[in-house]
Design a protein. Structure first.
Length: 268
């Protein structure tokens, strides 16, 4: 049975880790290099490093931070934010990224997914999908979710499930699915959309947005609830509520297959 992954996420703005609610009201959470080293030592399965204002500000991703983080960790590193073209992906790979997450550029230019998958392999291309639940209308057969881009600032009119299916068909290796409605609320993942997309696509889905306790992680990964392949979280780890080891022990005790936490590695 495939092991589920625990992925701490470092949202970075102006060189600092930040965390907000619904992508706004950002609060300083520390130094990204120190945080990455700590999570690597604790036994995180992967790390995700997101430059959350690069696209909205029209600039390139923070290469120096990526280089410094990559040099300090042993686990796979996914980097996203401000990725608009093949040259951006190449720079991030050379800086030490193992995977590159693409959001707005993929929506605006879907063939880019195929080109990047052909160049770097599907395993290196993560499509980040930010979604917002739409108000219900008479006649709807189920909830509808719209894809939003530019850090949640711009609507697209794209239906989320169809977009994820298209991204998978074009060669994406993973979907990083974030509920804007739940982001930073600590109310738990949006299990309905996470489960629907996990069951519709043949590639791994990473649940994101809303973790407030360890039970939320279990819900996101459980086959009969979120059915995700990996759980991404920020606040519960950044603010010291739980450690990676505590998360993995809880999941293992509740029937979710995870890699056992390794003995802590010394921070040199």
């Amino acid at each position: 049975m495939l092991k589920r992954r625990i992925i701490p996420c470092l949202d970075v703005k102006d060189g600092r880790v930040v965390k907000g609610v619904h992508f706004a009201g950002l609060r300083d959470s520390g130094d990204p290099i120190e945080a990455a080293r700590a999570y690597d030592a604790q036994g995180a399965d992967e790390l995700c490093l997101l430059d959350i204002t690069a696209t909205a500000e029209g600039r390139d991703t923070f290469l120096e931070v990526v280089q410094r983080v990559a040099a300090q960790i042993f686990v796979p590193l996914t980097v996203g934010g401000g990725v608009r073209r093949e040259a951006d992906v190449r720079r991030l790979m050379l800086a030490g990224a193992d995977k590159v997450a693409i959001n707005s550029a993929a929506v605006q230019n879907p063939p880019l997914i195929r080109r990047l998958a052909d160049l770097y392999g599907s395993q290196a291309i993560v499509i980040s999908v930010d979604v917002r639940r739409m108000p219900a209308k008479t006649g709807d057969s189920g909830p509808l979710y719209e894809v939003v881009i530019h850090g949640g600032q711009r609507s697209t009119g794209l239906e989320a499930i169809r977009w994820c299916e298209q991204a998978a068909q074009l060669g994406a290796g993973e979907i990083l699915l974030t509920s804007m409605d739940r982001d930073g609320t600590r109310d738990g993942y949006d299990l309905w959309i996470t489960r629907e997309i996990s069951r519709r696509v043949s590639i791994p889905v990473i649940a994101s947005g809303g973790v407030g306790n360890l039970e939320h992680l279990r819900e996101g990964l459980a086959d009969d609830q979120g059915a995700a392949d990996a759980a991404l979280a920020a606040s519960i780890f950044h603010f010291g509520l739980f450690t990676i080891a505590q998360a993995k022990a809880y999941l293992a005790d509740h029937g979710v297959p995870v890699r056992p936490p390794e003995p802590p590695r010394a921070l040199s």
